[in-house]
Design a protein around this ligand. Sequence first.
Ligand SMILES: Cc1cc2nc3c(=O)[nH]c(=O)nc-3n(C[C@H](O)[C@H](O)[C@H](O)COP(=O)(O)OP(=O)(O)OC[C@H]3O[C@@H](n4cnc5c(N)ncnc54)[C@H](O)[C@@H]3O)c2cc1C
Length: 317
Amino acid sequence: MLKRSSSGGVFTALAEYILDRGGIVVGAAEDKDTKKVVHAFAESINDLDKLRLSKYCQSDTRNTYNEVKDCLNDNRYVLFTGTACQISGLYAAIGSLRHSKFLITADVLCHGVTSKRVVDAYIDAKERKYKKKIKNYSFRSKCDGLKPSDIGMKLEYEDGTYIFTDKLVDTFLLGFNNNLFLRESCYECLYCGTERIADFTIGDFWGVGEERVSGEQVTRGVSLMLVNSDKARLMLAELDKSLVYDKISPNEAIPYNRALICPECRPAARNVFFGLMKNRDYDRLIKRYCFKMYIKYYIKKITGKNYYRVKKLIKGN
Ligand SMILES: Cc1cc2nc3c(=O)[nH]c(=O)nc-3n(C[C@H](O)[C@H](O)[C@H](O)COP(=O)(O)OP(=O)(O)OC[C@H]3O[C@@H](n4cnc5c(N)ncnc54)[C@H](O)[C@@H]3O)c2cc1C
């Protein structure tokens, strides 16, 4: 299950708790026909797989806010997951039902989403480059035997082959992680920081060390969870069977996760990027704007453990 989860699988633990009580789980899934990311329902454990794994473009919440309202009116448990702005949208749509004991919300600690247009341009460039059709892609794949930091893009082709590209060189992840093409509103996100809107906030425990968990567990993935409300505190007390957890000091997590501090900066290059994307080859465009990151990646690869010494030498201090 951890292999099929973005980090430590805490989403699944929350989801199973709600499903065990006859409830429903709402989250982001890829629509197989349209290839769009949309909010969808899971009513059984087998159904959860489609909601797992991070999709880095904005999910369309469709009519889910109204459907959640109906479930709450029927006294049915609901776990609604998404970005913090989507949780805020849900609260606005359901009014006083947001306080219902049947509703639990969890936001993913998000540094921004992008538009489907960028994903389409990226997929198109990869299909042209390798001259074959892509059947499936995963923005955040954990490859066997790698550290959690070694996550990357997995492209599965129709002929059964696949390519895994490290997040530090993949042309989508490079642009996404360097905030080149986040949605305009994400650079002014109102929901960053430690004051959260949802009952739970789930993210990656970047910075976790082997003094807390085994190296093997670090490799599999460790989640960070903020428990923000009384409803969440009550639920956590009942989660001991499915979660192994430790209370940590905020200082162990905040410095490693910018979304807990403030929104990402808007790079000046974003102004021209979308205009140029229409007519230029996507991969070449990214390589142009992220050139420095490529150089850094290859120097790191060549120098290995000596990277920081070499960096000091280059800078002359
Ligand atoms: C766009 C995006 C940006 C993120 N940025 C950060 C970050 O900067 N720092 C950090 O610590 N964590 C970030 N995360 C969260 C993290 O990657 C994991 O999603 C989270 O830790 C849950 O881990 P899990 O192992 O329980 O995963 P999973 O089981 O893989 O979690 C799946 C959950 O992610 C939700 N989800 C997936 N894609 C989307 C989407 N497009 N929109 C809304 N919800 C979605 C699903 O609804 C479900 O609730 C981000 C996630 C997304 C989707």
